[in-house]
Design a protein around this ligand. Structure first.
Ligand code: MG
Ligand code: ZN
Length: 227
């Protein structure tokens, strides 16, 4: 008697196929890439410029900045000396793999160690579009409130690192860090967590150490995370 072996076809969506090809391209060039997501105003651009400032002596860094209309953030990042490509999404509220694919040839990939992608400010759909990067990072901020993990579970589930920015104003807000972390732990146990202030610089070292280690430990071509 013969047993029929079912053929499982892994049918990837068009976006996922392009994400795989973006990853291959980054790996071929030896670039470690992260996707930075957050709601508008949480401090994506501030964290990115702080990061470039701190790591530019040891890492060759490039950036991709996704924005709905303006080049304001891309200009801020480029001012720190990192090659930066602006993606104007023309109204779309997230980046996708096609957009990143279009940006990569405009960067000197062979000369970079780290590529930081700033997604469009939005806590909903960026979580559903893989880009082909190696890690995803979410930035929350104190003024947004401590209930965000409960309201946006998909976003909190799919990331590898969580920054809580604007800790310098914690006393002025009714933000319960324990309640916030309980919500995060339920969705993403053991998630790397970095409470910090981009304004004062307090807490930045924890984030920078994590990122340094992620870049250093990365083995190109390793299937690893699927982001
Ligand atoms: Mg920004
Ligand atoms: Zn969207």
């Amino acid at each position: 008697m013969t047993t029929k072996v079912p053929i499982v076809e892994n049918i990837l969506s068009a976006n996922e196929q392009l994400a795989v090809s973006n990853r291959a391209r980054l790996d071929a060039a030896g670039v470690f890439a992260i996707n930075v997501m957050a709601s508008p105003g949480a401090g994506k651009t501030s964290l990115i410029t702080r990061t470039i400032e701190a790591l530019r002596e040891t890492h060759r860094i490039g950036a991709v900045d996704g924005d709905i209309a303006t080049t304001l953030d891309a200009d801020r990042i480029a001012a720190f000396g990192a090659p930066t490509v602006q993606i104007n999404t023309g109204g779309a509220c997230h980046l996708d793999a096609v957009m990143l694919q279009g940006a990569l040839p405009q960067l000197p990939l062979e000369e970079l160690d780290l590529l930081i992608v700033e997604n469009v400010g939005n806590l909903v759909c960026p979580a559903s579009f893989k880009l082909g990067v190696h890690r995803s990072v979410l930035i929350a901020s104190v003024p947004e409130g401590d209930d965000k993990p409960y309201k946006y579970p998909v976003m909190y589930r799919g990331v590898d690192g969580l920054v809580l920015n604007k800790m310098d104003v914690l006393d002025a807000f009714d933000f319960d860090v324990d309640y916030f972390r309980q919500g995060v732990e339920a969705l993403n146990p053991g998630l790397a967590f970095f409470p910090l202030s981009c304004k004062t610089g307090e807490g930045l070292e924890g984030w920078l150490n994590w990122l340094r280690n992620e870049v250093q430990d990365h083995v190109p071509g390793n299937p690893g995370k699927d982001r």
